[in-house]
Design a binder for this molecule. Structure first.
Ligand code: 5GP
Length: 175
């Protein structure tokens, strides 16, 4: 509960960003506070241990910022899930629907192997589209999903419900 208060106190609401009517959760104050960022890193690393993950995948771009230090803290490797066209090697891609149009994310085809247990980390779970695509990518790359961890879940968008089928019982942790 103390962690929750610490984190919530460092996330600010930005009205009408990126478009009118949307209230954007800005995590940059949290990143600027080493106590809060450190506590978040520790909590994510603990989830990695608790769910017996041996790799952490971070989603571009804010997911990278949270996932990379957590991977180092937990002593596991970090795997980037990037927007299409950014990774240099052979990739697997997954497209998904946005409110307007489609997006694609990619992972290196050889980044994961059978037997790997992957904790996927992002900053915010909104509709769940991004997370859904990333979980599918992890499985297509041959690994098992150990769990999905986010700093913040926007409950009213019901991403958790959307992810039920894709999680297949893997835990969804929102700090
Ligand atoms: P979804 O695919 O779940 O609808 O959107 C989640 C993705 O969009 C995440 O990668 C997240 O970084 C970004 N996102 C959506 N809404 C917000 C928000 O209010 N704050 C932040 N920081 N990211 C958001």
């Amino acid at each position: 509960a103390a962690l929750r208060e610490l984190l919530l106190g460092r996330i600010t609401d930005v009205p009408d960003y990126p478009q009118p009517g949307v209230v954007f959760k800005d995590i940059t104050p949290l990143l600027a506070d080493p106590d809060a960022f450190g506590a978040l890193t520790d909590a994510l690393a603990e989830l990695c241990v608790r769910h017996r993950a041996d790799k952490i995948a971070g989603l571009e771009a804010r997911g990278f910022i949270l996932a990379a230090p957590a991977a180092v803290r937990a002593g596991v490797g970090f795997v980037p899930v990037r927007k299409a066209g950014k990774l240099p090697g052979a990739t697997l891609g997954q497209t998904y629907d946005l409110e307007y149009g489609r997006a694609e994310i990619e992972i290196h085809a050889d980044a994961l192997e059978p037997g790997d247990r992957v904790l996927v980390i992002d900053d915010v779970l909104a509709t769940g589209g991004t997370a859904d695509a990333s979980l599918q990518l992890v499985r297509r790359a041959g690994a098992e999903v150990a769990g999905l961890a986010v700093l913040m879940e926007l409950g009213f968008l019901e991403g958790r419900k959307r992810l039920e089928a894709t999680l297949k019982g893997a835990p969804l942790e929102a700090l």
